[in-house]
Every structure is written in structure tokens, then in C-alpha cells.
Design a binder for this molecule. Structure first.
Ligand SMILES: CC(C)(COP(=O)(O)OP(=O)(O)OC[C@H]1O[C@@H](n2cnc3c(N)ncnc32)[C@H](O)[C@@H]1OP(=O)(O)O)[C@@H](O)C(=O)NCCC(=O)NCCS
Length: 165
């Protein structure tokens, strides 16, 4: 289990280079910098997880009409498997609840067993499958659509770029 202190804060434009460094090492088919900047421009919820002064993970989520969509959640490869992904996902869930979200949705590569195990352990269920959704090394790969029903906790917070969470 992870023991060093970490902090979660909202992502800013200044974080884009560090986030892109992790993105490129963690995914075989990473987002482009444009994808990331576009999410920030649209004021999607975006946070980074820092250990000391270093960003070691991040997550992005859109929220509208009672639904939230986890767009990206990622931990730098050498720190994976230490509980940080679970921490980030808990924080997304908390933010979603505070923003009156009732349903949390995400897509995951069918081959991404680690991520699927994490999501299932947090109560996500499979809603369906989008065939040939992702690019892959041997042709395209299916996406599983997972969902988790949330109960609203009763108060609202703002989201977007701003202060420490
Ligand atoms: C998926 C990801 C965010 C999970 O974060 P993480 O910090 O590695 O995961 P955690 O240490 O919090 O582990 C959470 C759960 O994942 C599962 N898990 C973690 N490491 C695992 C491994 N090596 N094998 C199988 N399952 C594993 C376990 O269920 C674990 O729970 P447990 O520790 O109670 O058994 C991270 O691995 C990652 O960034 N992967 C690359 C990017 C990615 O695939 N993102 C998801 C896109 S949908």
C-alpha cells in the first residue's frame, strides 16, 4: 500500500506538459495534447494527484444532466498498483456526488484487466460493449461500458480550474 503523503488538486494549463509525459508512458495509444487542452477549455472536471512536488496521476470527468463520464484516469507506470488509482477514483466519485450526479459511466478496453478489476471492486457494472471502439496493435479493440449508480450526498461544489480540492 502507498504510504507517502499525496495531495489532490485541480489541473491547470500549466500541468499539461507533466500530464502529457505520464499519458505517453502509460498508454499505448495516448491522448494528444489537444485532447487534454480541449477538456480544460470545456471546463471538464480535471484533477492531478501529486506526491511531493511531482504529478504522478490525473483524472478527467465530464458532468451534465445527472450523469458523469470518466474520460481519463491514469497513474504513472512506476507508481501503479499502490492504491493511487483507487484514491483518484474515490475522489471522482465524491466530486460527482457533490454535483448531483446519479450515474457514473466510463469506457475501458476489454483487455485492461487491471482497470476493470478496480472498477468492479468499486461497484461498477457492465452496461454493454462498444465494438471496435479503440485502436489496437492488432486491429481495433472493443470497449466495455461500465456504470455505477450514485446516491446524491446533498450539497453542491463548483468544479473547473481553481483552488486546491
Ligand atoms: C488503471 C489504473 C488507473 C489503476 O490505478 P493503480 O494505482 O494502478 O491501481 P490501484 O493500486 O489503486 O489498485 C486498485 C485495484 O486495481 C487492481 N489491480 C491493481 N494492480 C493490479 C495488477 N497488477 N493486476 C491486477 N489487478 C490489479 C486491484 O483490484 C486493485 O485493488 P486491490 O489493491 O484492493 O487488490 C492504473 O493502473 C493506470 O493508470 N493504468 C494505465 C492507464 C489506464 O489504463 N487507465 C484506465 C483507462 S479506462
Amino acid at each position: 500500500m502507498f504510504v507517502e503523503p499525496y495531495q489532490l488538486r485541480l489541473m491547470t494549463e500549466a500541468d499539461v506538459p507533466s500530464v502529457m509525459n505520464i499519458e505517453k508512458t502509460a498508454y499505448p495509444f495516448p491522448w494528444t495534447e489537444g485532447n487534454l487542452r480541449d477538456c480544460l477549455k470545456r471546463h471538464y472536471y480535471a484533477c492531478v494527484l501529486e506526491v511531493g512536488a511531482n504529478i504522478c496521476g490525473y483524472a478527467l470527468m465530464s458532468m451534465a444532466a445527472g450523469e458523469a463520464h470518466v474520460l481519463n484516469i491514469c497513474i504513472q507506470p512506476d507508481l501503479q498498483g499502490k492504491g493511487l488509482g483507487r484514491t483518484l477514483l474515490h475522489s471522482l466519485e465524491q466530486t460527482a456526488r457533490e454535483n448531483k450526479v446519479e450515474m457514473l459511466l466510463l469506457e475501458v478496453r476489454a483487455s485492461n484487466k487491471r482497470a476493470i478489476k478496480l472498477y468492479e471492486s468499486l461497484g461498477f457494472n457492465e452496461l454493454g460493449c462498444r465494438e471496435h471502439y479503440y485502436p489496437g496493435r492488432n486491429g481495433r479493440e472493443d470497449a466495455l461500458v461500465l456504470a455505477r449508480q450514485l446516491s446524491y450526498c446533498g450539497h453542491n461544489t463548483t468544479f473547473g480550474n481553481g483552488p486546491i480540492l
